[in-house]
Design a protein around this ligand. Structure first.
Ligand SMILES: Cc1cc2nc3c(=O)[nH]c(=O)nc-3n(C[C@H](O)[C@H](O)[C@H](O)COP(=O)(O)O)c2cc1C
Length: 228
């Protein structure tokens, strides 16, 4: 019997995970010594290569936040912009969501990207600030109606009673977007994480992984290798 037909158990999952290839390659080569003094251009090179090479959803990233007591949570978001000189990353969300509340209580956050086809992981960490209301407005009004309606459908991260409540709220939101095309939800917020630490991990099929870390120091960056 093939594992796919067998009942799913912890053991069968473990067996199948062990058999699943990781960093199988072929993977690109990365020479950390050839990387420049700032992380922004390295990020740009890696993202451009992922886009060129058809890596699925390379602009989807994981945002890790923590509440005031340091308890972490993470979720995936879309990268909506990048300032390469300042090494800053833009995303949009709802201020009343869990992440929005956590960021208000504790602005320190982390972003990660993983592109399996290239065996590449990028990590950025630093403080997050909410950009001004006009930026949030332009971001929201630039969206398709379907996405705008989602912004008016309930409160992100609040408990939902059931599918009927969702459908009802969604119907109202679609009507509202049609009736008031310039309306913007109060909590819609564009955030920017300015990296104070950046790391580029290049996996290697033979296990000689490379890690290059940049740490912001004054107006510049220091950089060094890390043991993989
Ligand atoms: C591919 C993908 C992209 C997403 N992009 C966003 C996004 O840009 N902004 C956002 O607020 N939520 C986005 N989400 C939903 C979040 O993962 C998450 O469910 C939501 O923001 C609530 O998170 P929270 O309860 O931790 O605040 C996305 C989900 C997926 C699967």
């Amino acid at each position: 019997m093939d594992d796919r037909d067998a009942p799913v158990t912890a053991e069968s999952l473990l067996r199948r995970m062990r058999a699943a290839p990781v960093l199988a390659g072929p993977l690109p080569h990365f020479d950390p010594r050839a990387a420049g003094p700032e992380p922004g251009p390295v990020f740009a090179d890696w993202l451009a290569y992922a886009l060129d090479d058809g890596v699925p959803e390379p602009h989807v990233m994981t945002l890790g936040t923590a509440d005031a007591a340091g308890r972490p949570s993470a979720r995936v978001l879309m990268l909506r912009g990048v300032d390469l000189e300042r090494c800053a990353f833009v995303f949009a969300s709802e201020a009343g969501s869990r992440k929005g509340r956590e960021l208000a209580a504790n602005p320190h956050a982390a972003l990660t990207w993983y592109w399996p086809r290239h065996g590449r992981q990028i990590r950025m960490a630093g403080p997050v600030r909410a950009l001004d209301a006009d930026t949030a407005r332009r971001d929201f009004l630039g969206r398709r109606d379907r996405s705008k309606a989602a912004g008016f459908t309930g409160l992100m991260s609040a408990p939902l009673a059931g599918p009927e409540a969702y459908e009802e709220e969604r119907r109202r939101a679609v009507e509202r977007v049609a009736a008031e095309p310039e309306a913007v939800p109060d909590g819609h917020t564009v955030y920017e994480l300015t990296a104070v630490e950046a790391e580029f991990f290049q996996g290697d099929t033979g296990g000689s992984h490379r890690r290059l870390r940049y740490v912001r120091e004054g107006d510049g960056w220091s950089r060094g290798l890390l043991w993989p």
